[in-house]
Design a protein around this ligand. Sequence first.
Ligand SMILES: C[S@@+](CC[C@H](N)C(=O)[O-])C[C@H]1O[C@@H](n2cnc3c(N)ncnc32)[C@H](O)[C@@H]1O
Length: 252
Amino acid sequence: MACQPDSSGPKSFGPVAPYYDELMKAVPYRMWSSYYLLLLAHQDVHPKSLLDVCCGTGSMSELLLREGFEVAGFDLSEGMIREAKRKAKSRKMPIDYWVADATNFELGRRFDAAFSFFDSLNNILEPELLQNAFHSVARHLPAGASWIFDLNTAYAFREQMFDQESSRANSKLRYKWVGEWNESTKKIVVRMKFWFRDQEFMEIHEQRAYDHDDVVAMLEKAGFGSIRAFHSYTLNPPRHKSDRIHYTAIRL
Ligand SMILES: C[S@@+](CC[C@H](N)C(=O)[O-])C[C@H]1O[C@@H](n2cnc3c(N)ncnc32)[C@H](O)[C@@H]1O
């Protein structure tokens, strides 16, 4: 999914926040958290405390807390953080959540590792801002710490992965999404219409695709090394038709 912040707050992940978990109920978060553990093992790092960057409603944070990590997370959307806090409170999960912008944040503490899943960083629309996000993450990590994140690729956007529809009459939440990809700006604008019972609402999301070499250069500039990229959910290198890539890096 995508997000377009503006001066009045995020235009996206606002109205949809209370329904986000319902919308994502088919997302294999358990497999994703296992894959995260595999990537940590592959890096040969053993963190105790984790920072979930762009944590949304905290689904990954909760699973990783259950694995025995200390977890904290932040997100730009107040609505998503409200949901994350509500869930953590009702499940008695000690997770700190904050509203913050990944492109410039200061949480006042450091973590053994940071991660960002589900193409959250594609929502950062300008390379300078993604660079700032990598600098901000780096400031929160000591030398030797792990930074793992995923990014959708231009291939995914070109192949219209955002054109999706769920119109089953018996489902609580129905939606129709249409994406418009611009090959020259490398941005996609996705118009999302949702129906929940008798309510209808819309969100407009925007994402940007980043070239692999640019991502690596930005990571290096922010002070990361041992940079590896994988065809998502495998340990294989990305291929021409990878729709998502996971990056692993170590803070130098
Ligand atoms: C598709 S959701 C993924 C949420 C979560 N990582 C998950 O796996 O469910 C993308 C999230 O990125 C957040 N986001 C987008 N831009 C952000 C920014 N600049 N800083 C912090 N969060 C941001 C959105 O508010 C949204 O919650």
